[in-house]
Write a protein that binds this ligand. Sequence first.
Ligand code: SF4
Length: 220
Amino acid sequence: MSFKALINLILENNPNIQEIRNSRHKPLDLLILLILNQSTSDDLADLAFKKLKLDYPDYKTILAENNPEKLTESIKICGLSKSKSVYILNTLNYLEKQNWLDLNLNFINDLSDAEALEALTQIKGIGIKSASCLLMFSFKRGTFPIDTHLFRIFKRLGNIIPTGIDLVKAHKFLQPQIQGKLAFQVHVALIELGRKVCLGKTNPKCSICYLNSICQKNFN
Ligand code: SF4
């Protein structure tokens, strides 16, 4: 099945997905939350983010203190906190050096999707998935983030992405094939499928999956 046909099947089975973008967080807050969310659950990332906001009055203070140990302690609940504290400091340093350190990340409004992805992924700790999510949810761009759920589903389906490619190449392969609101709808629908049906850690529930008839079930 082609990716286009898959998109149509997903939309047929998910007719009610609303285009609700993230208005809960300012763009820079969302970027930091995306770093905290790497390799952990949304709940733990949220807790770490709340603690960070309690411990620091603003991001300039984190930069001024430049204390990775304190930052690591502050966000420790979400795991990998040592690496994540370095990524947060890298991100804030990079944005400040470019004079881009404002909560709204206004510089992104002057960039195309490709330019914004290029700028954001220069920062050590911001991968293509986090950059795509930020652009999709905070800037209503047509980027198509592929997280672990989507990547797993595409690999199991077969014929959607070339065999053996990594996450970064999968983004580059699929992004030109989907844009705008469609990217948002398909992303949200597949996250839902990955969380409830095409499970990663336990057996997928193929018998109740709307993609069952077209899925090659590549589980390796
Ligand atoms: S049929 Fe099974 S393996 Fe294929 S997408 Fe659905 S749940 Fe995943």
